[in-house]
Design a protein around this ligand. Structure first.
Ligand SMILES: [Mg+2]
Length: 211
């Protein structure tokens, strides 16, 4: 049974796809590229996101893209919402005394605003936001919080999250509620794959508590 869970944010606990697409298209159009439909965006977007931008807008400095992205994100007509099952999952973890930490690539200022507005902050022991490459931080986080790798899993919706878990020597829990489609997640060989966080919680409930 996992005693510690690291959570990705976008696509795992919240649905930010509409404002993310809106902001990405603002970045593309400002730099002379064509806006993307949702299907193209989901097909092409990947983490670490500088790799995606280098592919779609080669040579444009990432810092200038981030500025445009941030301001456009806040102007999006569609807002970020907590995904179905997510709040229930976090409340269940709190009841089980499972330690929860966020590890997200999302811009730290955008993250702080969302977590406050959605009243999600209190579920987490620590929040690591604005992490461009999660593989670079996972080892440090395990050490800093004294997390036993055999009792720790990283829950995420993208291949990069699974790669990060592999890099840290911990289990990976892929959920199909977010950006990467199931077929792509499966190729990255996650330890577990669930269609949502309730399915993950129900599996956890079948596991011996302290084994
Ligand atoms: Mg995500």
């Amino acid at each position: 049974m996992y005693q510690n869970l690291l959570f990705d944010w976008s696509g795992t606990l919240v649905n930010d796809l509409p404002p993310t697409l809106f902001a990405t298209n603002a970045v593309l159009e400002e730099n002379g590229a064509l806006a993307m439909e949702l299907s193209e965006f989901r097909d092409r977007f990947r983490l670490p996101y500088p790799e995606f931008y280098e592919e779609v807008l080669p040579g444009v400095p990432i810092a200038s893209l981030e500025d445009t992205f941030r301001s456009a994100f806040h102007q999006s007509p569609e807002q970020v919402t907590v995904l179905p099952h997510a709040r229930e999952m976090m409340e269940w973890c709190a009841g089980q005394k499972i330690r929860c930490i966020v590890l997200s690539s999302m811009d730290a200022s955008i993250f702080a605003k969302q977590a406050k507005e959605l009243k999600m902050n209190h579920f987490f022991e620590e929040i690591y936001a604005g992490v461009i490459d999660k593989r670079d931080r996972i080892g440090d986080i395990l050490t800093r919080h004294d997390l036993d790798p055999s009792r720790t899993a990283f829950v995420g919706d993208m291949v990069h999250d699974i790669d990060t878990a592999h890099h840290g020597g911990i289990a990976s829990v892929a959920v199909t509620t977010g950006y990467d489609p199931q077929v792509r997640l499966e190729k990255a060989e996650p330890t577990h794959l669930f269609h949502d966080l309730t399915a993950f919680r129900e599996w956890l409930e079948t596991q011996p508590t302290r084994a």
